[in-house]
Design a protein around this ligand. Sequence first.
Ligand SMILES: NC(=O)c1ccc[n+]([C@@H]2O[C@H](COP(=O)([O-])OP(=O)(O)OC[C@H]3O[C@@H](n4cnc5c(N)ncnc54)[C@H](O)[C@@H]3O)[C@@H](O)[C@H]2O)c1
Length: 161
Amino acid sequence: MNIARGKGGLDNWRCQRAKVFAHHGAKVVIADIQDELGLAVAETLGPSNSTYVRCDVTDEEQVKNAVDKAVATYGKLDIMFNNAGTADPSKPRIIDNEKSDFDRVMSVNVTGVFLGTKHAARVMIPARSGNIISTASKILPMLHFIWQVRRLDMLVATIYS
Ligand SMILES: NC(=O)c1ccc[n+]([C@@H]2O[C@H](COP(=O)([O-])OP(=O)(O)OC[C@H]3O[C@@H](n4cnc5c(N)ncnc54)[C@H](O)[C@@H]3O)[C@@H](O)[C@H]2O)c1
């Protein structure tokens, strides 16, 4: 999850996303479970532009804490980027798949997006400003949603990759 005052983008193209936010002037809070990588990316972006906070997106308290950290550090939250995601090795036959694996993927890819959206909205609604972007996959139609809260000038969008 990257919070661009601004949230998971650590290596390769994930890191590039954080860099793009920073390049365009965003103060970036990197929220992830890979501490070493997260701290390294934050260091690359520079201490005045970026902060790393450990956050398991399936844990509501940790998501709440990450959002509060962004607001406390940079004054407000302009962009929430729900980018954390996970997948299991492809097992085409349904009978080879375990419920525990299904639950784990859903908790990150669905519950994580729900919690990130909820807690971003918690601070954006009073500010009457903010943007929420969520990454999903076109192979998982149930993750696809897009809605606009025009009344609040908030945009909640899903990026299909
Ligand atoms: N790479 C692709 O081809 C592809 C295709 C379609 C969709 N996507 C989506 O794009 C997003 C990023 O994909 P990626 O290829 O960079 O994946 P990735 O596995 O390289 O990165 C995912 C990030 O999410 C973090 N993460 C995983 N579980 C977490 C948790 N519980 N709490 C916090 N962070 C957690 C990981 O540490 C990692 O930094 C994901 O949502 C993925 O589903 C990727």
